[in-house]
Design a protein around this ligand. Structure first.
Ligand SMILES: Cc1cc2nc3c(=O)[nH]c(=O)nc-3n(C[C@H](O)[C@H](O)[C@H](O)COP(=O)(O)OP(=O)(O)OC[C@H]3O[C@@H](n4cnc5c(N)ncnc54)[C@H](O)[C@@H]3O)c2cc1C
Ligand SMILES: NC(=O)c1ccc[n+]([C@@H]2O[C@H](COP(=O)([O-])OP(=O)(O)OC[C@H]3O[C@@H](n4cnc5c(N)ncnc54)[C@H](O)[C@@H]3O)[C@@H](O)[C@H]2O)c1
Length: 440
């Protein structure tokens, strides 16, 4: 009987390491132990941000007359570097797991405290499920992993296609459209509704559209794919309005669904998003938890990590506070500017029907932004009726880094009066944030 068993070795491993260091007997099960670190390390955050980094370098080099180089991206070399990076990170994870019993296989929770892996039965006082998610493919689309692909295959590409159609304008759709377009691939973005970026502040939404169009991305709003199949090294796509298009690849980026097959007992309930949990990530069976993508709350690596550490610290009686998932930074790494948000933003504040103030600062007033392809960038900070900072949205290079200041302001319940006393460096993008605080 183990003290604790973790199922899924994605971000769950971070909890397993803390539990083992604290002296618990720990088992960690994954169906493929070579992929410890999970989606984030092997086919998500890390490779996608690596691709975007190099995509941006090529784009920035080509976008100036100061350099004369062609700057063509060598995907096979990028794959070599990617493998090297992932291997060394994976080894570091394995080293951290030295006091953990690692078990390979497909796990099922067959009864409370009872897990089966093939013919083996494992018992544990606590169980933490972190089985992640998988790409969702809408009806009518015949995925074959060759011409019709998901982000999993993009991360393994060793050459660039001539053309790509991308279905879905969420995080993966916008990031990968930026990457391929920045690399000179003919890129078409197909999405269901009129608005490209509905949740963002209207000025940011307009700037994002302009940025993607200036990268050369062909936008196809109000478009639903009813059929897609592979033929002769290309994807044939039929839309609901009867029109059709052909691209070398179709990337389906229409969301990811929680992996819940691990649950094989009636005590742990599922809901429409995944494994049902309360605010402490406990399932409907006491002492059984579900963290990360599989609980359907929020599909981000840093959220999954915070969730598993919250669970383990509570079990170790370290009394962590309840996580406020509204304070989790969200971002989309488009090129050349990325988008990030934290806390309440205009779209959520309007629904709450409570008074709020917004301070909108365009980046074009800052000379620095002209050096960095960022003159259409925008920073927005929101305060409540008492002028406390409640949220922020940023469209700027490395917005996901810049937003940290606002994220800490939320956690620290900072008033605008105090925030505006901070003097940030010149010349930087943070100056625009300082200006946004100042105007509140
Ligand atoms: C292309 C892409 C880019 C992304 N970029 C970012 C980003 O920049 N920032 C960010 O925060 N998030 C990003 N994400 C999301 C992020 O990768 C996920 O939110 C995160 O990896 C989820 O972690 P997890 O531990 O819940 O699941 P996973 O990392 O998916 O781990 C689940 C593990 O469980 C194992 N497993 C599943 N079922 C079983 C079973 N029955 N028995 C045994 N083992 C099992 C799997 O093998 C896997 O190793 C991205 C995702 C994608 C696809
Ligand atoms: N930078 C990051 O943090 C980052 C980057 C990539 C992925 N991710 C995570 O990975 C997850 C998956 O990314 P994603 O882009 O696939 O999902 P998403 O939820 O971000 O976007 C899904 C898109 O597909 C569309 N869609 C949903 N169902 C559809 C259907 N039946 N037909 C047509 N369109 C449909 C939605 O309108 C939306 O535009 C995200 O939830 C995100 O949290 C994060």
């Amino acid at each position: 009987m183990y003290d604790i068993c973790f199922i899924g070795g994605g971000l769950n491993y971070a909890g397993a390491v803390v539990a083992a260091k604290a002296g618990m007997s720990v088992a960690l099960i994954d169906r493929n132990l070579n992929l410890l670190g999970g989606t984030c390390l092997h086919k998500g955050c890390i490779p996608s941000k690596m691709f975007l980094h190099y995509g941006y370098l090529g784009y920035a080099t080509k976008a100036t007359s100061i350099f004369s180089r062609e700057a063509l991206l060598d995907m096979s070399q990028l794959q070599i570097e990617k493998r090297r990076l992932i291997e060394s990170s994976n080894k570091a994870i394995v080293r951290q797991c030295k006091d953990i019993t690692l078990i390979e296989g497909d796990a099922k929770v067959t009864a409370p405290h009872e897990i089966s892996v093939g013919n083996e039965k494992i018992e544990a006082a606590y169980v933490v499920i972190g089985t992640g998610s998988k790409p969702f493919i809408p009806d009518g689309i015949t995925y074959d992993g060759k011409q019709i692909i998901t982000s999993d295959e993009v991360m393994m590409m060793s050459s660039l296609p001539q053309s790509i159609a991308i279905y879905g304008n969420g995080a993966i759709g916008l990031e990968m459209a930026s990457f391929f377009a920045a690399c000179g691939v003919k890129t078409t973005l197909i999405y269901l509704f009129e608005e490209l970026f509905e949740k963002a502040h209207p000025s940011i939404s307009a700037s994002m559209k302009k940025q993607l169009e200036s990268l050369g991305i062909i936008l196809m709003p109000n478009s639903k794919i009813i059929k897609a199949k592979s033929s002769d090294e290309s994807a044939l796509i039929t839309l609901e309005d009867g029109s059709s298009l052909v691209a070398e690849k179709l990337l389906v980026a229409t969301g990811r669904h929680a992996n819940t097959d691990v649950v094989a007992c009636s005590q742990i309930k599922l809901n429409e998003h995944g494994i049902e949990t309360d605010e402490m990530f406990e399932t409907t069976e006491p002492d059984h938890f579900a963290i990360g993508d599989c609980n359907g709350k929020i599909q981000l690596a840093h959220a999954a990590r915070a969730e598993v550490l919250n669970v383990v610290n509570r079990l170790l009686n370290r009394k962590p506070s309840i996580l406020n998932l509204d304070y989790v930074v969200k971002f989309i790494h488009t090129l050349p500017m990325s988008y990030a948000s934290v806390g309440l933003t205009r779209s959520t504040l309007e629904k709450l029907d409570e008074p709020f103030k917004e301070s909108v600062v365009p980046l074009n007033a800052f000379t620095y932004s002209h050096i960095h392809h960022a003159k259409d960038g925008i920073m927005v900070v929101y305060t409540d009726a008492e002028n406390f900072i409640v949220g922020a949205e940023i469209l700027a290079p490395n917005a996901e880094e810049l937003i940290s200041t606002a994220a800490m302001a939320l956690t620290g319940e900072l008033s605008a009066a105090l925030a505006k006393e901070t003097i940030l460096a010149h010349p930087t993008f943070s100056e625009a944030l300082e200006r946004a605080f100042f105007r509140l």
